[in-house]
Design a protein around this ligand. Structure first.
Ligand code: GLY
Length: 352
């Protein structure tokens, strides 16, 4: 696979990626390398990664607890303390080896430490490969509110090695498919078919096409002035549902992808109500998504709590919730509004 050229960095694939990483590190004369992992990636991904790292620079490993509940400022403080105690300076390099929590949090840690050190993303989940590690969004959650604190900061390099996907359980792998489906619905419907036929022979192509779409969008609108909002299709309702399940002690948390899958179905229905997308297409999207993501039942008495979380969405302006909706497959409209009634009906539609 040829490298994808992002704004100031490359996304590289397979064996060549490690070669580029080693050359890049040697060339830049870093003082020390810090590898940020969580308990899972330390056990399952680090052993592979360390055989690929061929540099003559001191390396330290910093491990954090795994999971979205640790994607917060306290964890960042722990990592900043660890880097400091281990002798980090402005010429240190942070390598983030993990899923979206590690790449988002690690990028944020790097971009604030001593006003910014370099970092390289090595995503190990499908979700991080096709979304989180590319495009320069870094940050952490604020309580249950997703990604409320953060900065735009680009990595120096992103390395895509699909071998890490073998370390994922099915639920975590499937979570990443929600983002691929998002690219399919908004830009390239051929990805839908590819997702249903996913195996070793086409996974790298699916990842490549997904990153390519994201990269084109981000190149045009790096700071989400307008077009980049399309990457939030399904995420307005999806994030509210994800936060709601995270804060509900009596409910098992959903993966990011599971929540976004629900959000994409609801927002397809909103697309019908607000933009007149044909109901057949909405049904097709729902059926397609529900062959991949297990249906859960949203409880009607929770609807108000879910709706109240919508007011924290980062696309909101002047107290108004904005959605990206579909005119049809591969055709979208940014900054659409829907009424509370519409939104509740879309939640009922998901349940139906
Ligand atoms: N994950 C959405 C974005 O990067 O803009």
């Amino acid at each position: 696979m040829t490298a994808i050229q992002a704004a100031t960095y490359n996304v590289e694939f397979g064996f060549d990626a490690y070669q580029s990483m080693n050359d890049f590190i040697e060339k830049n004369d870093y003082s020390k390398l810090f590898i940020l992992v969580d308990e899972n990636t330390f056990e399952h991904c680090y052993p592979r990664f360390i055989t690929k790292l061929e540099v003559d620079i001191p390396v330290e490993v910093i491990e954090i607890d795994p999971g979205e509940e640790f994607k917060n400022i306290d964890t960042c403080i722990g990592v900043w303390n660890a880097i400091t105690e281990l002798g980090g300076d402005r010429k240190s390099l942070l390598l983030t080896l993990g899923g979206g929590v590690i790449t988002d949090l690690g990028g944020f840690v790097a971009s604030c430490f001593k006003r910014g050190i370099d970092f390289i993303n090595i995503p190990t989940t499908l979700l991080a490969m096709v979304d989180a590690s590319v495009g320069g969004k870094t940050g952490v959650d604020l309580g249950v509110l997703k990604n409320q604190i953060g900065v735009f900061a680009n990595p120096q390099l992103v390395i895509i090695d699909r071998k890490y996907l073998k370390t994922l359980n099915e639920r975590d792998f499937t979570s990443g498919l929600a983002e691929v489906i998002k690219y399919a619905l908004t830009y390239d419907k051929s990805l839908l078919e590819a997702v249903h036929q996913l195996d070793d022979s086409n996974i790298e192509e699916v990842i490549y096409k997904s990153i390519n779409i994201k990269n084109e969008v981000v190149l045009e609108d790096p700071k989400e002035g307008h077009l980049r909002k399309v990457l939030n299709y399904g995420h307005t309702i999806g994030h509210a549902i994800e936060s709601f399940y995270l804060e509900s002690e009596d409910k098992e948390s959903l993966t990011h992808g599971e929540a976004i899958a629900i959000g994409m179905i609801c927002e397809a229905y909103l697309s019908h109500q607000v933009l007149g997308m044909p109901l057949d297409t909405v049904e097709l999207i729902k059926t397609d998504i529900l062959t991949i993501f297990k249906k859960i039942t949203l409880v009607e008495k929770d609807f108000d709590a879910i709706l109240s979380l919508l007011k924290h969405d980062k696309k909101n302006k002047k107290g108004q919730t904005n959605f990206v909706l579909l005119n049809n497959l591969e055709s979208f409209k940014i900054d659409c509004q829907a009424t509370t009634k519409n939104i509740k009906e879309s939640l009922h539609f998901y349940n139906s």
